[in-house]
Design a protein around this ligand. Structure first.
Ligand code: ADP
Length: 173
């Protein structure tokens, strides 16, 4: 994100964020109720953590790398961690059936205040924030509800698209 690549177009965060309208939903983790197996079988470099799928209220953000390291460590050090163990990011362990395997607390690896912008934030401001704060990703919300994610690579791709665009299409569309 070189400062010289000026960004004077009127795109908004909602135009650059993923998922696109036709894509599968944003991959999120819920603060409780998911298992080690479910968390391990995810893709992407990172995940927003939400209160629940229904609310999409943001709780934090975790990197996949940290999730995998923590699970690996827990398997080595904590008795009884299996694929069906529940993981929780909440303060307190959720109630579980008495015969359930011990749950795994992962709150410690979560960023509790991930950077967010609203869907209508102009991209020039978003890019400025990425540059100044050295962000790798930023979440997009609308009225406190999580909508999407923008990674540094998404921004670089968007800038490249704009740079290659026919100038007439910018002026007349
Ligand atoms: P990068 O953009 O550096 O390749 P990722 O692998 O995390 O990093 O993301 C690949 C693509 O998927 C990007 O376009 C990004 O916006 C999108 N993405 C990242 N995280 C998620 C997620 N949790 N759910 C859905 N899409 C995501």
């Amino acid at each position: 994100l070189e400062p010289k690549e000026e960004f004077e177009h009127s795109s908004l965060a909602v135009d650059v964020m993923r998922p696109r309208r036709s894509d599968p939903a944003l991959a999120v983790l819920t603060q409780d109720g998911m298992t080690v197996g479910e968390v391990e079988s995810t893709h992407y470099s990172g995940f927003p953590v939400v209160v629940s799928q229904e609310s999409q209220r943001l709780v934090g953000f975790v990197f996949r790398r940290d999730l995998l390291i923590s699970i690996d460590n827990a398997r080595k050090r904590q008795e009884g961690i299996v694929s069906t163990s529940q993981v929780f990011f909440s303060e307190h362990a959720p109630s579980q059936p008495p015969d359930a395997p011990p749950p795994l607390r992962l709150r410690g690896i979560m960023d509790l205040s991930p950077f967010t912008v609203t869907d209508h934030t102009p991209m020039d401001i978003t890019v400025d924030i990425f540059r100044k704060l050295g962000l790798r990703q930023c979440l997009v919300t609308h009225n406190g509800r999580l909508l999407g994610i923008i990674t540094k690579k998404d921004i670089l791709k968007h800038m490249a698209q704009i740079a290659n665009r026919d100038p007439d299409s910018i002026l007349f569309n």
